[in-house]
Design a protein around this ligand. Structure first.
Ligand code: GH3
Ligand code: MG
Ligand code: MG
Ligand code: MG
Ligand code: MG
Length: 310
């Protein structure tokens, strides 16, 4: 564990640091409350040992500040043990009230101290695992299970925020709605499993085009699975000249996969129709952009599919 050890006495810091290091822990020392707070923000530690009486900011105040800092972060609660020479009942109550978790005397026998550390290490390991799992879950909640693209939920959320910023800056934004051509026929002919696989490949091709556009300076573009065999490509701050190029690259990229689709005449492979809407300055309702792109997508379908309508 990484242990923040706070005490104004140099000899106490040296003695306990040595014990903790001997037990395999990393120790970050601090000599008063203010320094403790600064170190805490920098690291952050797995466990804190806190003295009570210190010049300047005492241990109770320091712990209150630490808890206030943690309150701004989700599920943050670092175990804090008050380590003190004055283990009176009043101090114990004040320590818990300040946000401490445990209270032990500096005179504690070495074996008891080690046992306490073992218990704390178990909790720290569990906490680390929980926060990893939470991060993973949070990321998965934004992704579509089949294709790994962002899902509709993420797109809606991200777009709301994005549209507000783009509107404030009167910045341009492009939207491309992408729909796989005659995909029902694909499933009917080749089966849903191959259909799923084709959707994954299409998603991969779309991602490559969008990543390419980002690498060339767009930066914030992203593709989401809008639903079924439909995808949305969001192109914030897209220069007007780049917009048709990207749309065409999406179409050509999927044709280039050369996935056989005999019921999609006359191409005989999987193709896309793309409908686009572009606003040189973001303003008004975002829904309007989607309506325009949808109408263009409908035209692309009506005019024979495997084409881009902007
Ligand atoms: P169009 O060219 O007019 O878009 O024709 P289409 O057949 O692609 O359009 P339609 O909306 O009639 O059918 C879409 C099909 O996409 C129907 C559905 O079975 C298929 N589909 C949607 N999601 C999935 C999926 O996750 N996996 C598979 N295999 N198929 C899907
Ligand atoms: Mg002291
Ligand atoms: Mg569709
Ligand atoms: Mg379709
Ligand atoms: Mg359709």
């Amino acid at each position: 564990m990484r242990v923040l050890f706070v005490d104004d006495s140099c000899s106490v810091r040296v003695a306990f640091s040595a014990r903790l290091k001997a037990m395999g822990h990393e120790v970050v020392p601090a000599a008063d409350g203010a320094e403790a707070l600064a170190r805490f923000r920098e690291i952050p530690p797995d466990l804190v040992f806190m003295d009570i009486e210190m010049p300047g900011m005492n241990g109770f105040e320091a712990v209150r500040h630490i808890r206030a800092f943690e309150a701004t972060r989700q599920w943050a609660w670092t175990p804090i043990i008050f380590l003190t020479a004055t283990n009176t009942p009043e101090n114990l109550v004040a320590a818990i009230d300040a946000g401490g978790d445990a209270f032990i005397a500096k005179s504690v026998p070495a074996a008891v101290f080690e046992a306490k550390m073992k218990a704390m290490a178990r909790i720290a390991a569990l906490r680390a695992e929980l926060s990893r799992a939470n991060r993973k879950l949070a990321a998965q909640a934004n992704l579509d299970g089949l294709t790994g693209l962002f899902n509709r939920r993420y797109m809606d959320q991200r777009l709301d925020e994005l549209w507000a910023v783009l509107s404030r800056e009167a910045a341009p934004c492009g939207l491309l709605m992408v729909d796989v051509d005659h995909f029902k026929r694909y499933n009917d002919r080749y089966g849903h499993l191959l259909g799923d696989d084709a959707l994954r490949q299409v998603a991969g091709a779309l991602s490559r085009v969008v990543e390419g556009a980002n690498a060339e300076g767009l930066r914030e573009a992203f593709v989401a699975r809008y639903g079924g065999e439909e995808f949305s490509v969001i192109l914030p701050r897209c220069p007007v000249k780049a917009f048709p190029r990207i749309a065409e690259a999406l179409r050509a990229g999927v044709v280039g996969l050369a996935i056989p689709h005999e019921s999609n005449e006359p191409w005989g492979r999987i193709t896309l129709s793309v409908g686009g809407a572009y606003q040189p300055r973001a303003e008004g309702a975002l829904a309007q952009l989607f309506r325009k792109a949808d109408a263009k997508l409908y035209e692309a379908k009506r005019d024979g599919r495997n084409r881009v309508e902007l």
